[in-house]
Design a protein around this ligand. Sequence first.
Ligand code: ADP
Ligand code: GLC
Length: 512
Amino acid sequence: MKILMVSSEAVPWAKTGGLADMVSALSIKLANLGHDVRIVIPRYYSIDRGALKQLPGAMGTPMGAGIEEWSAVYTTVMPETGKKKETGSSPSGQARLPVNVYFIDHEAYFGRDGIYGSSTETDFLDNPRRFMFFCRAVFQLCRKINWFPDVIHAHDWPAAVAPVYLKFAERVPGSAGGFEKTVSVLTIHNLGYQGIYNKNNFDYAGLGWDAFYKAGFEDWSMLNMLKAGLYSADKLNTVSPNYAEETKIQEHGFRLDGVLRYRSADYSGILNGIDSDVWNPASDKNIPETYSAKNMAGKAKAKEALQKEFGLPRDAGLPVIGMVTRLTDQKGVGELFGPTYGSAWAICREMNLQMVLLGSGEHWCESEIMNLTSHLSNFRAKIGYNEKTSHLIEAGSDFFLMPSRYEPCGLNQMYSLVYGTLPITRRTGGLVDTVENFDENTGSGTGFMFDYLSPSSIYDTVGWAVSTWYNRSKDIENMRKRAMALDFSWERSALKYVELYKQTQKAKGIIQ
Ligand code: ADP
Ligand code: GLC
């Protein structure tokens, strides 16, 4: 199959969260299964053009109000793809298909710092135009390279209008042609971000005002880009089965639960995988010594190194609670670090443990965390983004705290499980599909979970984990073994996406 991933993020070029990991990992796995997968993202200012190849000629994209946008297109091949495979389970010498990546280079829209915003302008005012243009340019790109995909797979609100263009501008009589047999899939990674803007921006879409209603853009007189995608894409999915169910009810639907119920026959959940070349304690180059369930010496070394890196006393007997997170409300950081009511202070003051955090995000939270570190001797934090340190936290901690308010899938809890670091999480979203709560009677489970998000429930659940650590070490050991044996590899999920693509083609009558 020819599959085009349309996304605003993809590692290693542009990342603010798990979306970037998912898009690249899924693409690589699909290519390994023999599909022709290509990715298109904007060429942000931070992406070095010198490392890419420019396609000859400028590309014109017709937008509304008679505007034609001119851009350049750059391309490269995803690292580690398109090479002969030397090791591993498949027959040696077998070529892996390349994943070609295309970058839409529009200086006025993307030649600036930040993907969606900057420190002074958290959400760029022209975001609706930037990403509508991007979604339209995708079709011009296909014409330019004379490659027409079987499936357009769009991710989140910045790409959500691509399926709309397919349905209302490209797969219609009288269009420029080429996309008659193309189907679309839209994946929701985070329903909390929808791309809602003033409807004055809609002229620029060039779809005509009847499409404002017909394609589902209209949202209480505003323009909602994700909602239009949810109305118009041929199939929808999200990144865990449980989140797919949750989003159909009001509490988790961010006002779009009605749309998702309406489309429920076309809406499913597929759990993300993790990239086991990158996140694997048995081969991880970012930790002092690799380890496995059979030989845990490396985990003890990682704990020592973690305590050293964060300036904490080296002590194997103290439980270390780790966190790697975006500091936003979604992650439950209000309940943990909110001035006066957050429970991190009491957790660190009253329990015999150490706590380390790596994260960046909302300013109030960053400063509150730094404030706590100056008053607590057992809490240490680094504000910023650092891949290497995130590996050390996953490996060197005993528990991983993730009190998310909502979590479409969550990658960090899966990383921690395979590193034998037991998650302490809220029972929500993909956390339900990946973590099993500890049962004191049987000793079963892989983590510690709570339902209601509040400072005291976080406090109590951390307390439960810590008392289990001190009083029932055998149970902890067994939970670790169980966690490390879990399989979150991408292969299984990639096959489910292939199945979803085929179902979509069948539903549109393109294949039998
Ligand atoms: P989300 O995408 O909602 O932030 P996920 O758990 O799906 O949540 O993915 C988060 C990804 O971002 C993980 O790969 C995690 O390791 C990484 N990450 C988040 N914050 C940091 C940070 N400060 N430093 C390094 N990696 C981080
Ligand atoms: C989003 C979600 C996260 C998910 C990631 C990748 O960022 O917040 O839960 O794991 O997308 O799909």
